[in-house]
Design a protein around this ligand. Structure first.
Ligand SMILES: [Zn+2]
Length: 167
């Protein structure tokens, strides 16, 4: 069964936040200079990821994860290990990397011309973010992110056309 991890990160952990969104996790990133009013009003179910010792101490009753690594990918691995996240918990291709909004299916015909032709021809399913209107498809995440994730979770990359869930 999937576990529903939700996160809130320091402003300095923006790239980690994007990695977590790639994995499908609801992740809000604190604005630059966020103070107690931001952290206090967070949903207590959000797991705080921080590089700030003061923040870690202040919210220690919420079991924040203190991020030791500098590299965003290693930070992601640290979170995966500490929280024992497994492949079944992932929801790849489900959330906007920029806005953190859930993506929605979009009619393939309406996407024609908005993505490169070779992409349109190869993919049956497209999703969009209601806020920023970015389009996503299996394989659209930047870099080799999905493959790297598949590798660390020891799963084979899934077939392109059903690389997403229906719920
Ligand atoms: Zn968006």
């Amino acid at each position: 069964m999937k576990r529903n991890f939700r996160f809130a990160t320091d402003a300095t952990l923006g790239k980690l936040a994007r990695h977590l969104r790639t994995a499908g996790f609801d992740t809000c990133c604190a604005p630059q200079g966020a103070q107690d009013d931001f952290w206090h009003t967070l949903d207590p179910k959000r797991i705080i990821l921080t590089r700030t010792r003061a923040l870690r101490l202040r919210y220690k009753d919420r079991n924040p994860v203190f991020i030791r690594e500098n590299d965003p990918w290693r930070q992601f691995l640290q979170v995966v290990r500490e929280l024992k996240i497994v492949a079944d918990d992932l929801r790849l291709f489900r959330r906007c990397l920029v806005c953190n909004r859930k993506l929605h299916d979009v009619d393939r015909q309406t996407v024609k011309g908005r993505v490169p032709d070779y992409v349109w021809q190869r993919h049956a399913r497209f999703r969009t973010c209601d806020r920023c209107r970015r389009l996503y498809w299996a394989g659209s995440h930047p870099g080799r992110m999905e493959k790297r994730m598949a590798a660390i979770f020891s799963t084979q990359p899934r077939k392109r056309s059903d690389d997403c869930e229906t719920t």
